[in-house]
Write a protein that binds this ligand. Structure first.
Ligand code: NAD
Length: 269
């Protein structure tokens, strides 16, 4: 049985993590941390997910929250991360960080903490997305620029940015595999007299419709054949399940900064 503490437990991802931990029998929730001023402080977190009493109260004391954990998982805000890192470093607790939007100094803080504790950090924790990215990386490395690369993504009507962060990450890895940069190769809009396709360019298309959770397709097409790789997310639980897989993996590791490629074994020699 692995003891888990969730930092940011009352948030959208925090609650999803609580549900996913309850749904498996090899993990035990031992701590749930939020910020001072959270109206749910002191509440048994089972009530945040309609699961009755779980015997763990939401606390704003991170040290008490993580004390008996084998691994902690943080899905909070970039500004909250320094506290989490300090707590886990002083308590010697392995950590999984899913919080996104980190600044360069905040990333430097992660690296420094990873000198003392094992730490997994990933901007997308979905196991499926990380496997998908590895397949795209391999295709891009094996196929030369004779294979036109196009990235198509689809999301729900409320999404305010385009292309998605995952589509951009896919574009970056295709560009990198071809020895270029997305800034130079990316084509983000086509309208009117565009002229023929620029060889080696990486085109993007975005669909915004209904309640689509998130879909990404990467097309590699030559004059003779076409490969299409697609990932479709159905639920945000994919991120929580990936974070729990990372937590199982990170507990008991040597200090260091790891990513989902390490967790999924892509970096084994
Ligand atoms: P949210 O706003 O619903 O939840 C954030 C929670 O953090 C809130 O409950 C808040 O009270 C808590 N919090 C704030 N400051 C804190 C502190 N100092 N200590 C402890 N808790 C604190 O947000 P969300 O949708 O759950 O997303 C959280 C983060 O996870 C965001 O950065 C989001 O982009 C990221 N995210 C990452 C992935 C991934 O796969 N890596 C997937 C989804 C979301």
């Amino acid at each position: 049985m692995l003891n888990i503490a969730v930092i940011g437990a009352s948030g959208r991802m925090g609650r999803t993590l609580l549900r996913c931990i309850q749904a498996v029998d090899d993990l035990r929730l031992v701590g749930a941390v939020s910020e001072s001023g959270d109206p749910d402080l002191g509440v048994d977190v089972g009530h945040l997910i309609e699961a009755g009493d779980l015997g763990v109260e939401l606390t704003d004391n991170p040290v008490a929250g993580v004390r008996s954990a084998h691994a902690a998982i943080d899905f909070t805000l970039p500004e909250a991360l320094a506290d989490t890192l300090r707590t886990c470093v002083t308590q010697g607790i392995p950590l999984v960080v899913g919080t996104t939007g980190l600044s360069d100094p905040q990333l430097a803080g992660l690296k420094e903490a990873a000198l003392t504790i094992p730490l997994v950090y990933a901007r997308n924790m979905s196991v499926g997305v990380n496997v998908f990215m590895e397949l795209v990386r391999r295709c891009a490395a094996a196929l030369d620029a004779d294979y036109d690369a196009e990235i198509i993504e689809a999301h729900h009507r409320h999404k305010v940015d385009a292309p998605s962060g995952t589509a951009l990450a896919l574009g970056e890895l295709v560009a990198e595999a071809r020895g270029g940069s997305l800034d130079a190769l990316g084509v983000f809009a086509r309208e009117g007299q565009t002229g023929p396709r620029e060889p080696g360019s990486i085109g993007f298309s975005a669909i915004r419709a209904g309640n689509i959770v998130g879909e990404h397709t990467v097309v590699f097409a030559s004059a003779d054949e076409r490969i299409e790789l697609t990932h479709r997310a159905a639920e945000r639980a994919v991120f929580a399940k990936g974070a729990l897989r990372a937590a199982r993996w990170v507990a008991g590791r040597a200090p260091g900064l790891y990513d989902m490629g390490d967790v999924l074994g892509f970096k084994k020699k």
